[in-house]
Design a protein around this ligand. Structure first.
Ligand code: COA
Length: 473
C-alpha cells in the first residue's frame, strides 16, 4: 500500500512547499496564549468578529492561508496522518501513542455497525428524503439507548439557577447591558450521578463522540445505497474509516490510492473554526442538552446552501460551462450580472485556501485516468485563472475548499447529492471535539438582539381595528 500512495503523499508535500514559498513574506498572525474576560472586540451582524470562547482545537490564519489542528499544520497531517488519528488529536488535544491509537481504533470499529439505527431509519422514506435530512434523523435514532442526561438525577438543580429569567437582565434598548448576565446553574452537577444504571451512556462523553464519528459514516453510506435502490453494506472490520466509508457507500473495496485520497479529504474538512454548524452544535450543547441533539443541529446548519453544498454547485456550474473554450464568455457574462462564482472566495481566507491547494492537485491526479474529470478540471483551471487574475489581488478571491473537491469525489464514484453528507462525516470530528471542549467550561450562549421596534403602542380590539380600516376607506 505504501508504494501506491507515495505519489499522493508527494502531491501533498509539493502543495505544502508551494504554499510556504508563496506566503513566506506575509506577516505572521498575532499569537495569543491567554485572554482575560470580558473581552473587547468589534462585532458585526451575525456575530461576525465576536469571540465567544477560547479553544485549543483549531486555528485558521486567513491572511497567510494556514490551517492548524492542535498546533499541527494541515499539510503535515494530510501527508502523514489518517482521519482516525486526526479525530483522536481533535478530541484529546494530542497525538496518541501506539497503544492509545489501537484502543481508539477498536472503539471506532465497535461503533461502526449500527443495525438497530439503520433498521429504524429504513422505516422512513429514505430514498425520497434529502440525504442530509436522513443523516439528521439517523443521528437522533442513534440516541436509542437512554443517556444518563435523561435521568432525573442528572438534571441541574433549578433552585440553584443564578438567572434563568430573561427579565432579570437589563437589555435590548441600550447596547450596554449587564456584562455578567449569567444563565448558568451554580454548583451544577458534573459526572455520572450515583443512581444511574451502569450501562447508560454519558451523552457528552468521549464514547458518545466516538459513536458519532464512526456512526455518521455508516448512516451516510447506507443512505447513499438505499437512494440507489441497493441494500446497505455491513462495515468490514479489517478496513480503516475512510476505506470503510467508500466501501459501504459504493459497494467496492477502494484501491489504496482511493482510500488515501478519501482520508485526506476527511482530514481537510474535519475542523474549521467557529463556522455556522460548529457554532450551532455548541449552542445546543451549552444548554446541557445532549451531544446527539447538538450534532443533529450541526447537520441541520450544514445542510444550508450557504454552508455545505457549494461543491455540488461547483460541479453543476462546470458542467453548465461545458468546455474550457466557453469559460471566457461565461465568465464575462457572470461578471456583468454581478454573479458570485461558487467555490471562490471565503469569509476568512483572503488568499488561497490551503485545503484547495491540496484538493486542486488531487483533482489533477484523479483526472489522469478519468476523461470526465479531465474536462471538468480543464474548465475549472481556466475559470480559476480568470477569477484570480481579475479578483485575486483586488478582492482576495481565490479558490476555496469546494472548488476542486467535487471533481475528486465524483471521480471516486460518489454521487453529488452525497457531497454534503461526506462533509458531515468529516466535520463531526470537529463538532464533537469542540462541544466536548466547551462543556468543560460551559456557559450557555446568549447573545442579544438590539431592539429597534416600536414602543408604547396601545392595544385595540379587532373590531376597533376593522372599523378604523373601513373608515380609512
Ligand atoms: N465571486 C465573485 N465575487 C465575489 C465572490 C465570488 N465567489 N465572493 C466574494 N466576491 C466579491 C463580492 O461581490 C464583494 O464585492 P464588492 O466589494 O464589490 O461588493 C467582495 O468580493 C466581498 O464579498 P463578500 O460577500 O462580502 O465576502 P464574504 O467574505 O462575506 O463572502 C463567501 C464569503 C464565501 C460567502 C463568498 O465568497 C461566496 O459567496 N462565495 C461563493 C460561494 C461559496 O463558494 N461558498 C463556499 C464557501 S467555503
Amino acid at each position: 500500500m505504501q508504494k501506491n500512495t507515495d505519489k499522493i503523499t508527494e502531491i501533498v508535500l509539493k502543495a505544502a512547499r508551494k504554499a510556504r514559498h508563496e506566503t513566506r513574506n506575509t506577516p505572521e498572525a498575532k499569537k495569543i496564549s491567554r485572554i482575560t474576560w470580558p473581552l473587547d472586540c468589534t462585532v458585526g451582524p451575525g456575530l461576525e468578529g465576536a469571540i465567544a470562547c477560547e479553544t485549543k482545537i483549531g486555528f485558521v490564519n486567513g491572511s497567510r492561508g494556514e490551517l492548524t489542528y492542535c498546533g499541527y499544520d494541515i499539510f503535515d497531517l494530510c501527508a502523514y496522518s489518517t482521519f482516525e488519528e486526526v479525530s483522536y488529536l481533535l478530541l484529546y488535544g494530542r497525538m496518541p501513542t501506539g497503544k492509545q491509537f489501537a484502543s481508539f481504533k477498536a472503539k471506532l470499529i465497535e461503533a461502526r455497525p449500527l443495525p438497530h439505527t439503520l433498521r429504524m431509519l429504513m422505516g422512513f422514506p429514505v430514498e425520497r428524503m434529502h440525504p442530509m435530512a436522513c443523516l439528521r434523523l439517523g443521528t437522533n435514532l442513534m440516541r436509542q439507548r437512554l443517556t444518563w442526561q435523561d435521568s432525573d438525577a442528572a438534571r441541574p438543580d433549578s433552585v440553584g439557577a443564578i438567572a434563568a429569567d430573561e427579565d432579570s437582565i437589563p437589555m435590548e434598548t441600550q447596547p450596554k447591558g449587564e456584562q455578567k448576565a449569567i444563565y448558568e446553574f451554580k454548583g451544577k452537577k458534573s459526572g455520572r450521578p450515583a443512581d444511574v444504571p451502569p450501562d447508560t451512556q454519558d451523552a457528552a462523553g468521549l464514547d458518545a463522540c466516538i459513536h458519532l464519528i464512526s456512526g455518521l459514516a455508516t448512516i451516510s453510506a447506507a443512505v447513499a445505497r438505499v437512494r440507489e435502490h441497493r441494500l446497505p453494506i455491513e462495515p468490514d472490520p479489517e478496513l480503516g474509516h475512510a476505506a470503510n466509508f467508500l466501501y459501504m457507500m459504493t459497494g467496492k473495496r477502494p484501491t489504496a490510492e482511493q482510500e488515501r485520497i478519501m482520508d485526506i479529504a476527511l482530514i481537510l474538512h474535519a475542523d474549521h473554526g467557529m463556522n455556522a454548524s460548529t457554532f450551532a452544535s455548541m449552542v445546543v450543547a451549552s444548554t446541557l442538552s445532549d451531544i446527539y441533539f447538538s450534532i443533529g443541529s450541526g447537520i441541520a446548519a450544514l445542510s444550508g446552501p450557504l454552508h455545505g453544498g457549494a461543491n455540488e454547485a461547483v460541479l453543476n456550474m462546470l458542467e453548465k460551462i461545458g468546455h474550457p473554450d466557453n469559460v471566457d464568455v461565461w465568465y464575462q457574462k457572470a461578471i456583468r450580472r454581478k454573479k458570485k462564482i461558487v467555490g471562490m472566495g471565503h469569509r476568512v481566507y483572503k488568499t488561497y485556501d490551503p485545503r484547495a491547494r491540496i484538493l486542486g492537485p488531487l483533482a489533477r491526479h484523479v483526472a489522469i485516468h478519468d476523461k470526465d474529470a479531465a474536462l471538468l478540471l480543464r474548465t475549472a483551471r481556466k475559470l480559476e485563472k480568470l477569477v484570480v487574475a481579475s479578483l485575486g489581488k483586488e478582492k482576495g478571491i481565490f479558490p476555496n475548499v469546494d472548488f476542486y473537491s467535487g471533481i475528486v469525489y465524483k471521480s471516486m464514484g460518489i454521487h453529488r447529492n452525497m457531497f454534503t453528507p461526506v462533509f458531515a462525516v468529516s466535520r463531526v470530528a470537529g463538532w464533537t471535539a469542540r462541544v466536548h471542549e466547551y462543556l468543560k467550561k460551559n456557559r450557555i450562549f446568549r447573545p442579544r438582539a438590539l431592539y429597534t421596534g416600536a414602543f408604547g403602542r396601545e392595544y385595540e380590539s379587532i373590531a376597533d381595528r376593522d372599523n378604523q380600516t373601513r373608515s380609512r376607506g
